[in-house]
Design a protein around this ligand. Sequence first.
Ligand code: FEO
Length: 400
Amino acid sequence: MMPVEIKKGLWQLPVVDWNVRDFHGYSVYQGTTYNTYLAVGDKITLFDTVKKDFAGDLLGMIAKIVDPAKIDYIVVNHAEPDHSGALPAIVEAVCPEKIFCSAVCKNALMDHFHDDTMPFSILTNGSETDIGGRTLYFMETRMLHWPDSCFSYLKEDKVLISSDAFGHHWATSERYDDEVDFSKLMRQCAKYYANIILPYSNMVQKVLSSVSSLNLEIDVIAPDHGLMWRKNIPAILSAYDEWSRHCLKNKAVIVYDTMWKSTEKMALSILDGLKSEGINTELMSLTHNHRSEVMTDILDASVVVFGSPTLNNGMLPSVNDMLCYMKGLKPAGGRIGGLFGSYGWSGEAVAEMKEYMVKAGLEMPEEPLKTKYVPDSDVLDQCFEYGRTLARHSAAKICV
Ligand code: FEO
């Protein structure tokens, strides 16, 4: 990929990872990008680096604009290794005068690289620093999504370098939001939010409020993954506001796995019951859907129903995996939860699942539904009614 000039002397250097497919449990089936930014003025400043394996690609891209050895400053907005893994190699090649970062980020970088020779220069929240004819306004955005996460706002350029926030995992040859299909872009953003940002929604609200109160003029939001925002800035800010407020839709998701189709029969009757109350319902088998896609659909659902048969006195491993993942992401906000499953002789799966659902923050107004071996027509009628009841509970939770 070629560098992209965003504003005069301000470049995006997109390193595209076309072939990555897994991001610690998140399915990045369309790859990702690690974006860095280069400001060329009286001083030359690099914002963030890339994954360790891509250090050579980044140096090659910098060399299309300037000799890397001429870089004066490196700004580190985030210590996670997809943005800092290449830092030691870049520092060795560049020998920067200063590495700007927050105190928290410096500690995190020290804990990663154990190198006290790096020329750290600490920036504080709200500080302004001249970087050779440009003003860097620095914002600590702790826990969005690591303690060290920060934004860099370039005042004269009106460009907000937002680290992971507003990003998405999607390898494309296009570089701006208005160059791709908008609905595909928003699905990728929702997936990113649901799988990475969701537990830090309170912090998102604080950061949105702080950006709004500062009245920052923003022509471009430049995240460290994916496409830059120049046309649809209000849309992505509004989406982050809705997602972080757990603004729920008239939507249910049934997540299940099955052994001999009994639990699946129950799932289908629950779906009919939900649908009969006018709630849009997704049926997601864990045999056929990746956990990160399921989580994306849960993001704005007002009802989340899990089903598993009992196997060896517990739930199926696929359901355990999904629930463990969801518990960490904490889809709270008053979502209504439901549970169901078949069993042969013991039937512990629903009780085991309930512990995860409660820890994930779901409200569980109804007792779980379970059936011995194969559901008959009476049980399927109960499943239908169960779906209807869950839909009615959810009515008060819907905000869009
Ligand atoms: Fe893309 Fe939190 O690193």
